[in-house]
Design a protein around this ligand. Sequence first.
Ligand SMILES: Nc1ncnc2c1ncn2[C@@H]1O[C@H](COP(=O)(O)OP(=O)(O)OP(=O)(O)O)[C@@H](O)[C@H]1O
Ligand SMILES: [Mg+2]
Length: 359
Amino acid sequence: MTDMPPKKSRKTGDSESGDLLPPDDVLFGRSAAMQGLRERAEKVCGTNISVFLTGDAGTGKEVLARWIHQHSPARHGAFVKVNCAAIPGALLESELFGYEKGAFTGALISKPGRVELAVNGTLFLDDIADLDLSLQSKLLQFLQDGHFSRIGGETERGVETRLICASKKDLEQEIATGRFRADLYYRINVVCLRLPRLHKRREDIPVLAEYFRKQYENEFRKESAPLAPEMLHYLRNLDWPGNLRELSNGIARYVLIGPETAIISEPSKRGTSAAPASRDETSAVPLKRIAKEAILNMERAVILETLRANQWNRRKTAQSLKISYRALIYKIRNAGLTRGRSEPDMASPANLASHSSAN
Ligand SMILES: Nc1ncnc2c1ncn2[C@@H]1O[C@H](COP(=O)(O)OP(=O)(O)OP(=O)(O)O)[C@@H](O)[C@H]1O
Ligand SMILES: [Mg+2]
């Protein structure tokens, strides 16, 4: 492995467009779910109609928003992202619509809002469900006639922009509980594109994993070995509650720290279909959990290597590792270790039972 000085992050800033997007064959992959989505997305590109992107966290809503921008007439303008969940309500209004000098204490100069910055471009309102009700009214007014005024401003301003909104929350449910205006929903949701969860597009996982690996090699200036076929096979079968973000983060760990098993995080290993952790939960990782995960990952890597060295003969592997056969079977099952695609899945419960006396 070659270590090189770290390179600037590949993450794009808020108002940058999608020049760092994955190539189309990676972005859409080959799965039926994504092919259908691509067809619909291509149809909206030639128009300026409002698009609503929905899907669980980490499924690629922002990536698709940038792709649509790049392929639509709005690409000549800026791609301006506003994260409605990240900016507190009071600030969000001035962020979106701007303010005039003297509009409030501290408004020493006039400032255009993001709506104005998105003129002839794309305004991407992410996590729109978190927009508070008073701002929903102001946004609705703007969407109805393209006019708004800055905070503290007298003049009405007109802006032409393409609107893309995204939400991981179910907006119809938000409407039912009174947290979202139905009229705004119908205005933003002219065409709805639903991003599939990663486990609904398993066949795309190997291509995505390889794409992320190359990206992180480039970002960290560090080489890594291509993933073994059995690892790719294993990754295809995980549940991925955190979707593409979880896979991407796992590959980052692998490229930076290794081993291959570092790709697998606890939620996926459990194979639950539990709701993905929120961004805050994923960023605040307790040290104890990291240490436990690191130990488990190392253990998995050692077991996998020893199994391979012993042609997956589990009795010999248990002897080499100086643990009981039963303990090894338990660990294999717990770590979800499987053989390559061409070989029988020795870790599946059925095989473990039928092979338990074979090796
Ligand atoms: N189709 C794709 N091809 C390659 N990488 C992708 C694709 N979709 C998403 N990614 C990567 O997965 C990660 C999550 O994507 P993105 O931020 O677009 O998800 P999201 O749906 O907006 O998530 P959230 O709801 O949490 O904001 C990013 O690192 C992104 O680069
Ligand atoms: Mg997003």
